[in-house]
Design a protein around this ligand. Structure first.
Ligand code: ZN
Length: 317
């Protein structure tokens, strides 16, 4: 129950959002923590709740940095891989851009693109899940929240999967779990390193138990990869939460994270209420998790390609 409940936390439930899913009691109890931890990044859990409404990548010529508010020339930010040149804030990028950024030019080949989500439960919250899928597909021109395939990173053959937060907050349903599993199995079969870039609000509540099952399915596939001596590099980006953190994202042989990414399972208020203690500064940020040994390295987006290729060489893959 705890898992299912926590996964509902990052769901945007603001009444002004036409897309807002169910405002469940669990969701509203866990929602907006508007008071950020002192000294921590100005962004809060609320930003995760807002992620369905907000796009970090505006289309205009100039854009304000969401962190330092500096006016930036959009082309410059794009050239800098969507990192603010002023304050190094890492903006969220879509899965297609992420694949382009990581792989050698033109080398990425998406696979299993025909898989589509199915509303087996005929789930209805504020609107039927069936309609929600349709509108998300129309908005993003994608079937679901994950791109997986093969490519090269600095000449090293890899299997790469990237989550897309623009599609239902990057939530993991059956399609995401299935594509991930196929990607891991391809890596196992070919002995190619598997790289997964997580960016997700957690398991997809509209698919209920079916989405929770993806946690064990992906984890089991990773266990088989491990038995075969494969390499799995997990890259955590802002935000990685809920059932994704609780399964494959934290099972990397090496776990990398982008600077100041929000990484956690449940929201800070839920945790504070449960443990009845004040949470430390910078709680659930990459740097804090690095200090506590949860992740192996915090890597700037500009260095991600070289870091991944170095690890692949180090592992002898
Ligand atoms: Zn900035």
């Amino acid at each position: 129950m705890a898992k299912a409940q926590a996964d509902q936390n990052p769901v945007p439930d603001a009444p002004d959002s036409p897309d807002a899913p169910t405002g469940t009691p669990a969701g509203s109890a866990a929602s907006p923590n508007s008071a950020p931890t002192p000294g921590a990044s100005k962004r809060t859990w609320q930003d995760v709740l807002d992620m369905g409404k907000r796009s970090d990548m505006p289309e205009g010529l100039w854009m304000p940095c969401p962190e330092c508010k500096a006016m930036l020339y959009t082309k410059n930010v794009e050239r800098n891989l969507w990192v603010c040149p002023e304050c190094n804030h890492h903006l969220r990028v879509g899965a297609d851009q992420r694949c382009e950024q990581l792989c050698d030019t033109g080398s990425f080949e998406a696979m299993w693109e025909n898989l589509c989500p199915v509303d087996t439960l005929e789930f209805v919250d504020l609107k039927p899940y069936k309609d929600r899928i349709k509108s998300e597909q129309a908005k993003t021109k994608r079937n679901d929240a994950l791109i997986a395939g093969k490519g090269f990173i600095k000449g090293r053959r890899v299997v790469l999967a990237c989550m897309d937060n623009r599609f239902m907050m990057g939530s993991m349903g059956v399609v995401v779990g299935e594509k991930l599993t196929r990607a891991i199995e391809l890596g196992t079969e070919k002995n190619w390193p598997v790289i997964v870039v997580s960016c997700s609000g957690g398991a997809r509540m509209q698919e209920s138990t079916m989405s929770l099952m993806q946690m064990s399915k992906t984890s089991a596939a990773l266990a088989r990869l491990d038995d075969a001596g494969g390499l799995f590099i997990s890259v955590l980006t802002d935000p990685t939460t809920g059932g994704v953190t609780a399964s494959f994202a934290m099972l990397g042989d090496v776990i990398l994270a982008e600077p100041r990414a929000l990484i956690g399972f449940a929201g800070p208020r839920v945790i504070a209420n449960t443990v009845r203690q004040e949470l430390p500064e910078g709680f659930q940020r990459s740097e804090h998790l690095l200090a506590k040994g949860f992740i192996d390295r915090v890597v700037h987006r500009n260095d991600l390609r070289s870091e991944i290729s170095r690890i692949i060489d180090y592992a002898g893959k």
